[in-house]
Write a protein that binds this ligand. Structure first.
Ligand code: 8YV
Length: 313
């Protein structure tokens, strides 16, 4: 029997493509010179769609694949998938929660330490010979014991808080609901902002959180804070962030996500006080293998008529 068609929206590791090709006939959208032509030609054969956190599926794609009944996202964030369109067409959506939580929290701390302790600057200082020529580098900023604000205390936010406890930080968070945790709660980022030395954004993306860290929140930050974003660029008012970096209200930032990735605003590349990362928070071999395996478990369950392991509500 012919294998069912799987539309692969973005690049996946070879080990996943090999495992998927055992089950499906793969249609690699990202290799197509013309997306519309490709969907018109291959859409009728597609029974499932594999998306990624940053590369989703819109209503037009779903309409081009009228036999598709599942969208399996290789990532936890499903903000790039039109969930209402999927629901209206009876298409199930799955994601890969939990398996990436600890890696994303690690990246939040990696970016925090890299910015506060000026790790890239120190690396350049040694390599360029400046250390030998001019002596000690400028002093950096302490991380342990500082006041940390976390925007969004979901799975990833809690994993960040666990790490922060090890750094003996004073932890507060913002979110719509108060959780059963020993951290101070504020209803909004703007209410949280005046109480932090460091702000880490870990809220889910999507329409509900677009611009959640708004101009009011950024302008309420005390001068000299450190800012980290491992969620989605859309969660932050990027124009206000850039202004705060220019004015020094935000002294340094570690950014894994941006508006319009990967074509980020070039102004970021000119900031010496920003550490840039190419949406890599879940990007370890171990976690990406777990994400691929969980995506396949969802696809296997769907085609076997079993309950989906991690459906998106
Ligand atoms: C990406 C992510 O899926 O989980 C998410 O929501 O954004 C990431 O893990 C990953 O970069 C693969 O594209």
């Amino acid at each position: 029997m012919d294998k069912p068609g799987l539309l692969v929206v973005g690049v996946l590791p070879d080990w996943d493509l090999v495992a998927l090709a055992e089950r499906f006939s793969l249609h690699l959208l990202y290799e197509a010179p013309n997306r519309e032509d490709f969907l018109a030609q291959h859409g009728p054969a597609i029974r499932a769609i594999a998306t990624k956190g940053e590369l989703g599926a819109d209503a037009a794609m779903m309409d081009a694949c009228p036999q598709a009944r599942i969208i399996a996202c290789y990532g936890v964030g499903v903000d790039a998938i039109d969930l209402a369109a999927a629901k209206a067409r009876g298409i199930a959506v799955t994601n890969t929660p939990d398996v990436l939580t600890e890696d994303v929290a690690d990246m939040a701390f990696a970016l925090l330490l890299a910015t506060a302790r000026a790790i890239p600057e120190g690396d350049a200082y040694v390599r360029s010979g400046t250390w030998a020529q001019k002596g000690p580098m400028r002093l950096a900023t302490r991380v342990w014991g500082k006041k940390l604000g976390i925007v969004g205390l979901g799975r990833i936010g809690r994993a960040i808080a666990r790490r922060a406890e090890g750094f003996r930080m004073d932890i507060a968070y913002s979110g719509r609901t108060k959780k059963d945790v020993p951290y101070a709660h504020y209803a909004s980022p703007a209410a949280l902002a005046p109480h932090v030395d460091i702000l880490i954004v870990s809220a889910a993306g999507g329409a509900a959180t677009a611009g959640l860290v708004d101009r009011a929140a950024i302008e309420a930050l005390p001068r000299g804070v450190i800012f980290v974003n491992v969620s989605r660029g859309s969660v932050v008012d990027e124009a206000a962030l850039i202004e705060a970096l220019k004015s020094g209200r935000i002294a340094a930032a570690g950014l894994d996500v941006f508006h319009n990735e990967p074509w980020i605003d070039p102004v970021f590349k000119g900031f010496a006080n920003v550490v840039l990362s190419p949406h890599q928070a879940s990007g370890t071999v171990e976690t990406r293998k777990a994400m691929g395996a969980l995506m396949r478990e969802n696809l296997d369950a769907h085609f076997a008529g079993r309950p989906l392991p991690t459906p998106v509500a």
